[in-house]
Design a protein around this ligand. Sequence first.
Ligand code: KIV
Length: 286
Amino acid sequence: MKLTLTQLADMKRRGEKIVMVTAYDAPGARFADAAGIDILLVGDTAAMVVLGHESTVPVSMEEMLFMTRTVVRSAERPLVVGDMPFGTYQVSDDDAVRNAIRFVKEAGADVVKLEGAGPSLSRVRAIVGAGIPVMGHIGLTPQSATMLGGYKAQGRTAAKARQLLRDAQALEAAGCFAVVLEAVPAAVAAHITETLTIPTIGIGAGAGCDGQVLVYHDLLGLEEGTSPRFVKRYASLAGEIRDALRAYADDVRSGAFPQPEHTYSIPDDELALFEAQLQERGAEHE
Ligand code: KIV
């Protein structure tokens, strides 16, 4: 049965940790559901880890809807969050509501997520007013990384930490049911978590948050090279996948694959008939 927002709120009250992971396709969603993950975020990180872009900015609404639909039909229990891509809510409340409705109506998302406070507060109020639950996201907000001076931790001065706390409180007051804290000092995130009544989901925000989120490709080691310090790799699948593909290529080239057990047979009498027919045809064309 689908996890409800009431159950999420109860988890915070009971001090039970909330587990969220990103998902972009059917296998990922199925694995996560089977593993008992609570929330699946169809994140705009898809732009980077699935579509090969340099940042989250280029992913389109249509691409996000396509992936969200796939995740929705592949997972039963987890709450599915549609991440509103850059440009779909920045211009006006009307745009924000229209695009949030598309996530729910056309893709089947349970809720949506958007980044920032400030101008985003009025978007949250408008979307919640339209009956769609919203997850906030503050701290390092990748859609505005250029404005923030790059991909770096936020809230590292007293003034900035105070502003983050105010933003989190404003998002709660605007109607968010949860808020992601990304790349925020653990002590600041813990303080925000204690102050809010809604759950906080941390990514690079320490153990004091009510829950944690990681990007699927990061935690499975599907991405190679250096990852942010907050990533813990639970597997190194990139190497395994590359080795498997190399072994397949070697087998095809050497003739070691396919073997008889990988092929289909035809009864001997049917094969004999087929070959006889081929010979007759050959004679006709001589
Ligand atoms: O898009 C995403 O994957 C996210 C998480 C990193 C929180 O927003």
